[in-house]
Design a binder for this molecule. Structure first.
Ligand code: ZN
Length: 208
């Protein structure tokens, strides 16, 4: 009788151990399914808010390359002759516009801005006119993935990116009044070449 009781007890323990092992195995499955833990998702968010300054600098010509290019041409894209003083102005303008646009995004990141739109607040840009419509908007994520969409796009460019302080719903509702997405899919739309020089006085002539 005692032997039978001991056998039942041992069997019960064995069954319990087997059940426990089975449960442990099931519990381990979700951790092994290849999905990244949540902390990685929040990591991506912080990357999205990384300044595009370095990535953009890697895509844009150096000051030396700009100077060399300007020194080698006599006319702008419209065949208007470039005076030597205008060469220096174009270089300074390019640098200032680049800084203003980057600072605009860096300041926007501090406030969590999700949308930016292209604007020509002082002068309309006759080169960008063929590529961008005032009010075309981009998301911060599109800027993160494609830093080349940050103006200026070419020497003499007066285009700027302006922060849109609105929610997703708000910006999409505004499309009714002329704000349209710049991207139609994942591919960045064509943009001017940086060598498409337009003298600043020529751009001033198309002021609107
Ligand atoms: Zn432009």
């Amino acid at each position: 009788m005692v032997t039978i009781l001991i056998t039942i007890a041992v069997l019960t323990v064995l069954i319990l151990i087997t059940l426990k092992m089975g449960l442990s195995k099931k519990e381990a499955v979700p951790a092994e399914d290849g999905r990244e833990p949540l902390i990685h998702v929040s990591g991506v968010y912080s990357v999205l808010r990384k300044s595009p300054r370095e990535d953009l600098a890697a895509l844009r010509p150096t000051e030396g390359a700009i100077q060399k290019y300007l020194d080698g041409i006599d006319e702008d894209i419209n065949g208007r002759s470039i005076r030597s003083m205008e060469r220096a102005d174009l270089r300074k303008h390019w640098k200032a516009q680049m800084e203003a646009n980057l600072q605009g995004i860096e300041n926007g990141d501090k406030k969590g801005v999700a949308f930016y739109y292209y604007d020509f607040p002082i002068l309309k840009c006759s080169v960008c006119d063929h590529f961008i419509t005032k009010g075309n908007f981009v998301t911060r994520e599109e800027i993160f993935k494609n830093p080349q969409i940050i103006p200026p796009f070419h020497l003499g460019c007066t285009c700027i990116l302006t922060a849109h302080h609105g929610s997703d719903t708000h910006v999409r509702e505004t499309t009714v009044t002329g704000m349209l997405p710049f991207f139609s899919d994942e591919t960045p739309p064509p943009l001017p070449e940086w060598t498409d020089v337009i003298t600043l006085s020529a751009n001033a002539g198309v002021n609107k």
